[in-house]
Design a protein around this ligand. Structure first.
Ligand code: GLA
Length: 749
């Protein structure tokens, strides 16, 4: 899969008659679907040759066009600046003649920022080494067994600065995926500041691409934006300290006309939960440079001699089957090579969460009443949300005081969990471990533990501050409180929330020289605690949340198999949110609940069945007071529960096909899940707006086996996969906001 070859390339020198020659070392990663090729020049520059669909075993270095440009006789007869500013570099450095977006920039002991990483050597290892950095307990990344992937590690060196950088490239045996990361060592005698250490750069030929990003806001996460590239730089990023609801750490470039089935897509996703940057630059030479990594804005990391720095991992997915192909590759990769949880392939308990049911206004009896009714309907777990601790009757106090409020829950958690367990239900709990309220015992005792700049006013958001997770003492203290609670009763699920962005980013525990490291050290601190939690409680079901989907990123998936996708539980708004989220995340990771109507956020009323069908495309649960909803809605819950049990495996393990796109046509949405062996499929249609005097909506099915016949339970028809794809089925319904599912079973071969 990974190999090294030597080649010699001839090139013309401006004004010279003779052809010049140069020896190149080619490093090439191939599997059945993709090829990634690089070349090392005689001076040690690492050039990008090709990335995309699998090509033949030919010498690809002609793609470098070394003879282009305005050369004057010099080393290799190259005019250095012309060369540096036009060649496709694998890991471009700042300050040596490449004026496009760099990946690497330093500040050395002399105050200089230029750097020049050159190839030293490389090694190939089977499998995928873990990402590690001394002093850091856990860096989330994809994983693979020895026979599932191969990794190329290229060592680059900047002799002047005394730095080496190891660029690692993993190719998965049977997935169109390359993962990349960079590790920098200070091998010199002086301190160096890393000002910019991105995870990957890929140069794509030409500029005829469209850029797709996932953007939004609170309650409107993952809206798809798609625009043609223009000259210059275009980017998506976060400066909030979290990956953010505003922009997901994802960017894809696709060829014009790409749809769900056709077209080439080059997707980039960063396994990171903090400030990120993903950028495409259309250069003067009409090529496209893409970069992704930790956002260099306000980033600086002091690297003392013998210290090392490991970047987060960038996941590169290539698809020649459009956006659908891209998404299915991400889903498969994340389900089998990123999510670690005990629960990743297990059926998750159907939960009922009391947030929209009670907000802060509950006690043991109220929760028990909800659980008792829910258990009769087949719901399997009660999740007690915000409001059970300190004196939390509103959102302006007590974060950080993780002790049970005995006015609400007399005798602590055990009496309640015992009663819930006696109903045959599991019990889960909400925490917001990274926060401290202004009005809290913890803040009064340790004001220095909040992220702050001494002497400046602290910005409050929801009357709370962010704890300084770069400080191990803070983490240990919080962890002690969490484990006290977790050990006090039978708690099988935790919802880990995070409800504000970082401001006045300073630490009372870091030295002056390391203050700008806080953004990243904070994220590493969060990883440390999530790692401890999931290691110490291996069967705990952890669900991440950040005011909904504000930290829905691949790094969080490493710890928690599911993430609450949005505080917007309106079924119709959810269609768009879940559509965008499905670009890179599998439905098994998407927290989705049926809530009460009129919807608390929008005031919209939708049929209970539609709410069920939409929540089914996710981890499925309820977020309502089941004792108070209309009796006819309550009566539908057992049917929805049965539907989840019946189709959960098909949906969580199968291939997803999107058949609608509300961003283009706001009248309907539709999607399918097809079993990997194509033996069954479930189609869901949601009619957002009914239309008079129009033929019924026709949907053309995808992903079925063309040669097999499928019986559809709802229509009673048996049709071949070929016919269902070519002629489709008519699914029109009467009304707005209505939905219907269609189950297809293949006849035995
Ligand atoms: C955030 C979460 C909600 C809920 C509240 C509780 O907004 O996204 O689901 O847990 O906090 O305060």
């Amino acid at each position: 899969m990974i190999r090294e070859e030597q080649t010699t390339i001839g090139f013309h020198v401006w004004g010279a008659e003779k052809l010049s020659e140069e020896k190149l070392t080619v490093l090439r990663l191939d599997n059945d679907g993709i090829t990634y090729a690089m070349a090392v020049t005689e001076e040690g520059y690492l050039l990008h040759v090709y990335y995309g669909k699998r090509c033949g075993d030919d010498d690809l270095t002609y793609l470098l066009h070394l003879d282009e440009g305005n050369y004057t006789p010099q080393h290799h007869n190259r005019e250095r600046m012309g060369f540096m500013d036009s060649r496709p570099f694998e890991y471009p450095c700042h300050g040596i003649g490449d004026f496009r977006e760099p990946c690497f920039m330093i500040l050395d002991g002399d105050g200089m920022s230029a750097c020049d990483l050159r190839y030293k050597n490389h090694r190939i290892v089977s499998g995928k080494p873990e990402l590690k950095q001394k002093g850091v307990s856990c860096i989330p990344a994809t994983f693979a067994k020895e026979d599932e992937a191969e990794t190329l590690i290229i060592t680059m060196e900047d002799e002047h600065a005394g730095l080496t950088a190891e660029l690692s490239y993993t190719i998965f045996r049977d997935r169109n995926v390359i993962t990349r990361a960079v590790k920098v060592y200070n091998r010199g005698y002086g301190d160096v500041r890393l000002q910019r250490v991105l995870s990957a750069c890929v140069e794509l030929p030409g500029m005829d691409y469209e850029m797709i990003t996932l953007n939004g806001n609170w309650a409107r996460e993952c809206a798809v934006s798609r625009v043609p590239l223009h000259a210059g730089k275009q980017l998506t990023d976060s400066l909030r300290g979290v990956s953010s609801a505003q922009h997901n750490p994802f960017m894809a470039l696709c060829t014009p006309g790409t749809d769900e089935e056709h077209g080439e897509v080059y997707a980039f996703h960063l396994v990171y939960s903090g400030n990120f940057l993903a950028e495409a630059e259309v250069t003067g030479g009409k090529q496209t440079r893409t970069v992704i990594g930790i956002n260099p804005y306000d980033f600086s990391w002091l690297l003392r001699p013998e210290e090392e720095f490991q970047t987060p991992e960038a996941v590169l997915v290539y698809s020649e089957e459009g956006l659908g192909g891209m998404s299915r590759t991400f889903h498969d990769l994340y389900r089998s090579h990123l999510i670690r949880s005990y629960w990743k392939d297990r059926e998750r308990p159907i939960l009922i969460n009391n947030w929209e049911a009670t907000y802060f206004n509950f006690d043991q009896d109220k929760l028990y009443a909800i659980a008792e009714e829910a258990s009769k309907l087949g719901i399997e777990m009660l999740v007690m949300d915000d409001g059970w601790f300190g004196c939390r009757n509103f959102d302006d106090n007590s974060l950080g005081d993780w002790v049970v409020n005995e006015e609400k829950l007399k005798g602590g958690l055990k009496p309640l969990t015992d009663r819930i367990n006696a109903l045959g239900m599991k019990f889960g709990i909400w925490f917001e471990p990274e926060m401290v309220s202004d009005n809290s015992e913890l803040y009064r005792a340790h004001p220095e533990w909040a992220i702050q700049i001494i002497g400046r006013d602290l910005t409050q958001a929801r009357a709370q501050y962010v704890l300084d997770y770069s400080n191990a003492e803070v983490r240990d203290y919080v962890y002690g409180m969490l484990t006290n609670i977790l050990n006090s009763a039978n708690i099988e699920y935790v919802k880990w929330d995070m409800n504000r962005a970082l401001t006045e980013v300073g630490s009372t525990s870091l030295p002056r020289k390391r203050q700008r490291e806080l953004w990243h050290r904070y994220v590493l601190g969060v990883y440390d605690l999530m790692n401890r939690l999931t290691t110490d409680y291996p069967k705990l079901l952890l669900e991440n949340c950040s005011s909904g989907g504000g930290r829905f990123d691949p790094a969080m998936l490493y710890f928690s198999p599911q993430i609450w996708a949005s505080d917007d539980t309106d079924a119709i708004e959810r269609l768009k949110i879940q559509y965008g989220t499905s670009y890179c995340y599998p439905v098994s990771a998407m927290g989705a609940h049926v809530s009460d109507c009129p919807n608390h956020l929008l005031g919209r009323t939708t049929p209970f069945d539609t709410r069920g069908d939409v929540a089914l495309v996710g981890t499925f649960g309820y977020e309502l007071d089941v004792t108070r909803i209309p009796a006819e809605d309550r009566a539908k819950i057992p049917g929805q529960v049965a539907k989840y049990h019946r189709f959960h495996k098909l949906m969580s393990d199968g291939d997803q096909y999107r058949l609608g796109n509300l961003f283009k046509d706001n009248t309907y949405d539709a999607w399918m899940f097809v079993a990997k062996d194509k033996s069954e499929a479930l189609l869901t249609y949601v009619q957002v707006l009914g239309k008079p005097s129009e033929p019924a909506k026709r949907l053309y099915l995808r992903g079925l086996d063309a040669d097999r016949k499928y019986f559809c339970e709802e229509t009673g028809q048996t049709l071949s996969g070929k016919t269902l794809a070519a002629c489709g089925i008519d699914v029109g319904l009467r009304g707005d906001f209505v939905s219907k599912t269609f189950y297809f079973k293949a006849e035995e071969a």
